[in-house]
Design a protein around this ligand. Sequence first.
Ligand SMILES: Cc1cc2nc3c(=O)[nH]c(=O)nc-3n(C[C@H](O)[C@H](O)[C@H](O)COP(=O)(O)O)c2cc1C
Length: 304
Amino acid sequence: MRKVLAINYSQTGQLSRILQSISHPISQSEQIEFEVIHVEPAIPFPFPWPFLQFFRIFPETVVMQPIDLKPIKTQHEQYDLIILSYQVWFLSPSLPIASFLQSQQATSLFADTPVVTVIGCRGMWLMAQEKVKAQLQQLQAKLLDNVVLSDDCGAFFSFLATPMWMLTGNKKPLRWVPAAGVAEQDIIESKRFGIAIKERLEKDKTPIEQSMLRGLSAVTINEKLIASEKMANHSFSIWSKILRKIGPQQSTRRALGLIVYVTFLLILILTVVPISALIKKLISPFTKNKIVEQKKYYAEPSGE
Ligand SMILES: Cc1cc2nc3c(=O)[nH]c(=O)nc-3n(C[C@H](O)[C@H](O)[C@H](O)COP(=O)(O)O)c2cc1C
């Protein structure tokens, strides 16, 4: 019997549904024992998020400062494959998943184990995946594939639609803003990844050492966002240091610092993101080769 473990955390249930669609074919196999564990913070994060609470966790999320998790039991100590599904919070893996990756339990589960990462997010995931890659390398895990499902409303509208969903709990609180979230059709079609994984596990009993999802459009790289993600990530690390120095997570000082920061962030989104996208377009004839290389790098290991 092959053993597959899926690790999941989801606030709205969106990522759970993505994982469910991908893992359904695997769970139906008579040759595979499939198990899912749900990571749960000891103190749950609220949903919808109160405005300030949403930003209060920003500095700790960026530095991946572990939080306490409820104890989790797995049936086995080692698996043939781990599917790690996570959502992006502030260009980083969400705090529950980042905390699990730093736990003692992860050290033994991930060692020498093939991993497929599954991301469900607004659309800015490149830097988060870099952080997860580093963490997996530290755990001596083998990242073989990455699947990404992004919000359907496009990069521009998602800057508004997704935060509004997080803050109101409503996917479409305004008529003129398209609905937030990953398209239902994309979720349904993601079962192709599960089929490919199941076939590889059933056909070949040797350990998985290569990508199983090449040619299946597991990821799409939005080249316009590469520079913005890098810049935003740099600014996030600086602000995260400043805000942690200003005061502890729930303090009034942190709240005041956050108000300044959120204003800065809004200006950043309204200026740097479109300006850098425009500059990229203007200089694209000269940077073509570099962009091709960057896209190839971020699309690995599954490819576009
Ligand atoms: C605090 C917070 C920060 C987020 N930051 C990002 C981000 O930087 N990039 C991104 O693509 N999505 C971001 N999102 C959206 C999530 O990745 C995800 O799409 C959404 O939370 C739904 O996931 P769920 O399955 O947990 O409900 C953020 C969400 C939250 C709650």
